[in-house]
Design a protein around this ligand. Structure first.
Ligand code: FES
Length: 184
């Protein structure tokens, strides 16, 4: 569609050197007419909005997909992560499960009782440390606290519970059998 058909006044484009010499200085600095400028701006705005909305929609779909995938992820293969006698009651150790994961924290809370969580605080990912005598996990970065038995945040900035590693104690071996998302 031509500029005239779109109802846009012809732009004062400087076509050659002679005309350039004759045009006033301001025309050389601002060669696009107001109507043309308005048309381009609206078109750019629409393009920007379409692209932004598209990117937003794709982002939302990706988050939804990841969320569904993580909630329905299979528990994974059981893997031995410690022996019972390796830790005293109140003791703790870090491990990875599954292989290559972020660090997890295993805490022995009783004779044959263990709990394990993602070691990264759900606020800004500082490592949490056990405070077994208080029945809590502590994040020293911003004084966040979690319940040792459930991983639920108790105080400080964290709002989400720590992802829990599911455990099974068989004989003298502690197995990790799966990971529970913090959203479940
Ligand atoms: S990173 Fe744990 S409370 Fe801020």
């Amino acid at each position: 569609m031509s500029r005239e058909e779109r109802g846009i006044a012809p732009a004062s484009v400087i076509s050659d050197r002679g005309a350039e010499q004759e045009a006033p200085r301001w025309r050389r600095d601002f060669p696009i007419d107001w109507a043309e400028d308005d048309y381009v701006s609206r078109r750019d705005l629409v393009k920007f909005m379409v692209l932004t909305s598209g990117a937003f929609a794709v982002g939302q779909l990706w988050i939804l997909y990841k969320s569904l995938f993580r909630r329905h992820a299979p528990a994974g293969a059981a893997r031995p992560i410690a022996s019972v006698e390796e830790l005293p009651v109140g003791g703790a150790k870090t491990f990875n499960y599954p292989e290559g994961s972020t660090p997890r924290l295993l805490v022995r809370t009783g004779e044959r009782a263990f709990v394990a969580y993602d070691q990264q605080c759900t606020h800004l990912q500082c490592p949490v440390v056990p405070a077994v005598e208080q029945g809590k996990l502590h994040c020293p970065c911003h004084n966040g606290w979690f319940d040792l038995q459930t991983g639920v945040p108790l105080a400080g900035p964290p709002q989400r519970r720590l992802p829990r590693v599911l455990l099974e104690v068989q004989g003298q071996t502690v197995f990790a059998t799966g990971v529970e998302d913090s959203a479940t």
